[in-house]
Design a protein around this ligand. Structure first.
Ligand code: TYD
Length: 137
């Protein structure tokens, strides 16, 4: 997906008892994980996101439900549906993201490379496009 990588998360199935997924710092994620956050209790049809980050790297995954991601960066714009707990999306460059909750109560989890910093956000789409242009120069 555009400049973002689809990653397979280590997953161990158990007969008739579900599956267990995991990833480890250093071994499975190339950046130092400094923060985990998750978005839950979201009604079906809700859209969130509408921002990009300048520096932050993130691994997004959906341990429960169905969430559509729209991702846009230097390389283009693409949609991807997250519905498999063993699949994640690695965002490593400035990428505009919009998330649509296709299924009620879907959970979006994020492992991030840094602490929360409001100054790392670009919350205006036109500003994001300008930021990309400036990077490209
Ligand atoms: P925001 O990133 O705007 O969520 P979304 O893009 O999904 O709509 O975050 C929502 C609020 O939570 C905003 O006020 C910032 C705050 N927040 C923190 O305080 N710490 C965090 O780690 C994150 C991700 C958000």
């Amino acid at each position: 997906v555009v400049g973002c990588k689809i990653v397979h998360i280590n997953t161990i199935p158990t007969v008739d008892a579900g599956e267990l997924s995991f990833f480890e710092a250093i071994h499975d994620v190339a950046f130092e994980i400094k923060r985990i956050y998750y978005i839950s209790k979201v009604p079906e049809g809700t859209r969130r996101g509408f921002h990009a980050h300048k520096k932050l790297k993130q691994l997004l995954f959906c341990p429960y439900g169905r969430i559509q991601l729209v991702l846009e960066n230097e390389k283009g714009r693409e949609e991807i549906e997250l519905s498999d707990p063993s699949i994640g999306v690695m965002i490593e460059e400035p990428t505009w993201r919009e998330m649509l909750w296709i299924q009620k109560d879907s959970v979006l989890c994020v492992a991030a490379s840094d602490f929360y910093d409001p100054n790392d956000y670009i919350r205006n789409y036109e500003e994001f496009k300008k930021y990309l242009d400036e990077l490209g120069r």
